[in-house]
Design a binder for this molecule. Sequence first.
Ligand code: ATP
Length: 349
Amino acid sequence: MAEIQLRNVGKRWGNFVGVDNFDLTIADREFLVLLGPSGCGKTTTMRMIAGLEDASDGEILIDGKVVNDLEPKDRDVAMVFQSYALYPNMNVYENIRFPLKVRGIAPEEHDERVRRASAMVELDEFLHRKPAELSGGQRQRVALARAIVREPNVFLMDEPLSNLDAKLRVSTRAQIKNLSHELAVTTIYVTHDQIEAMTLADRVVVMKQGIVQQVGSPTDIYDMPANTFVASFIGSPAMNLMEGEVQGGTFRTEHVEIPGLSAPDGPMTLGFRAEDAGISEARTGQITAPIYTLELLGDATMISVRVSGALVSVKADKSFRAEIGDMVSFSVPVDICHLFEAESGARLG
Ligand code: ATP
C-alpha cells in the first residue's frame, strides 16, 4: 500500500517560486506522470517526494504519515534517474545487488531477489558484464532492476528514457508500462514528452511555471484541455489554435468564418485537432486559404495554412495532391471545436 498525498506543497528559493500550491492525492498503485516543459517544476516536485529537497510549504504524506522530516532512506521510495549512475567496477549482478547490501537485507535473500529483478528486465544473460560492456538501453534496464530489487512502495522515475535513441525509447517505454502493471507499485514518472505521458499514465499532471494546469486521464487531457497551454502541449501535432472574434455565434478571423457556435460575443481563441477536420470541396469550408506547406506522413498528408500568423493543419488522405500556394478549404464541424477565453486562455464550458 502506498498512497501519496501532496497537501498544498510548494518550493521557493528566495523570491523564486519553483513549485506552487501542488495539491493532489496519488492513489495506491497509480501510475502518475508529471508533464511539462523544461523548468516547470516536475523534478523539484519529485525530489520533494523523495526527500532530496525540503518542501517550503505544505505537507507530503505517504500512507497517511507526514514524511516532510523523514530522511530519503526512510521513505521507502526508489528513484530511477535519466543518468543511470551505475558502478563501473561492479558487474551487472553486483550493481543490482548493491541496494540490498546497503539496506542490510539478509544475504541469503540476495540471489533470488537479484535474479527475479534481472529477469523482469530481461538482463539474465548479462549478469557478469560490466556497465561499459552494455548498450545504453541495457544500462538503463540495470538501473530499473536496481530500483525493482528493493521492492519499494513507490517508484520515482525522472526522464528515465531521455538518454535512449528513439527506437529503444519506444521498446523500453513498453517495458516500463508492463513492469508497472506487474509490480503494481505506485509510480510517479517525470517527462517533457507528451507521447510518453499519454502512453504510460493512469493520470497526467500538466505543469507550467510551477503551477498545475490540469490533472486528468490521458483521454480527459486530450479531449478536454483546460486551457490553451494544455491544448498546445498535448497531441502531435498540437491542437490548431486561432485567435479571433465571436459575434452572434460566428467565429471570424482572417480566412476563417465558423458559424453555429454557442458562445458569447467577444474575443476568443478557437481550437480544433488536425484529425477532426477535413478538406472540403472547392472553397465551401469554413477556412479557405493558400497552402503554406504539405507534409507526407505515410498514411496521410498534413496540409497547413497560415491564419493570423499561426499554422493551422488538417490531415488529408495520402492521395491528396496539391502544391504550396494552391487555395485549399477546410471543413471544420462545429462539434469538434474547442473555445477558450482570449485573455486567460481558459476553456469555455
Ligand atoms: P527539466 O525538464 O528541465 O528538468 P523541470 O520541470 O524538472 O525541468 P525543475 O528542475 O523542477 O524543472 O526546476 C523548476 C524551476 O526551479 C526551474 O526554473 C529551476 O531553474 C529552478 N530551480 C531548481 N533548483 C533550484 C535551486 N536549487 N535554486 C534555485 N532555483 C532552482
